[in-house]
Design a protein. Structure first.
Length: 230
């Protein structure tokens, strides 16, 4: 039935701001935490807020494994409703960073177990739905010049697919493309700012949301390790 209907795309304008922190305590162990706030238009109304924490294990300087937990607060999407949709997640992640000259390539594979509240008639049923989502992101960071205070160009794309008994027509969840600039303020602090295009398939299979986002993320990384692998 979904294949018989023509594709319908709804466009939205949104903004997305976040802060990400990674602390490496020694050669192998550390932790990460991040929080972000996504809104409709230019911070006019909430779309969702998410907070995430994780334990990191560095196999070496280029390969990191993470296990963590996230909680997401989704604003009601039906006009007049007031109930926030809560989502709990566990996630496992592998992050691989490589370099070719001055160009940095990042591969990130993340698996998420998601429990999302079911809201009926603006009331939480306390019977969440479960889905499993796999996300793969590839990013390229290209310096413009050798001067560290000038920004570099950042391009990334992330594909998300999902599985679960409630997933029928939208195994493809969404694709997130980004192009922008990375500006370093200090050795440990930098910022990514630019444009993101998100295409998300709805549960009907023929309806899509296309989100045009202004995105700004801050990153603070601290390395406290003192071994040879620092």
């Amino acid at each position: 039935m979904a294949q018989e209907k023509s594709k319908q795309t709804t466009n939205y304008s949104q903004s997305w701001a976040g802060i990400n922190t990674t602390v490496r305590l020694n050669n192998n162990w550390g932790f990460s935490a991040d929080a972000s706030y996504r809104t409709n238009d230019f911070f006019s109304s909430q779309f969702y807020t998410i907070a995430r924490v994780g334990v990191n294990y560095w196999m070496n300087n280029n390969l990191t494994f993470t296990f963590g937990y996230a909680h997401q607060w989704n604003a009601p999407k039906i006009r007049g409703w007031q109930t926030t949709v809560h989502e709990n997640r566990l996630y496992q992640q592998v992050l691989l960073t490589t370099k070719l000259g001055k160009i940095t390539f990042t591969n990130r594979l993340r698996n998420e177990e998601r429990w999302q509240a079911r809201i009926i008639n603006d009331t939480d049923t306390h019977s969440p739905t479960f889905t499993n989502r796999i996300r793969y992101q590839f990013a390229v960071n290209i310096p413009i010049t050798s001067k560290p205070y000038l920004p570099s160009v950042l391009i990334s794309d992330e594909l998300c697919v999902q599985m679960g008994h409630t997933v029928v027509f939208n195994t493809f969840d969404q694709n997130r493309a980004f192009i922008g600039l990375r500006e370093s303020f200090t050795k440990n602090l930098y910022c990514d700012i630019g444009y993101s295009l998100i295409n998300q398939q709805k549960s009907t299979g023929y309806q899509y949301d296309q989100d045009h986002l202004f995105r700004i993320f801050f990153f603070y990384n601290l390395n406290l390790s003192k071994g040879e692998d620092r």
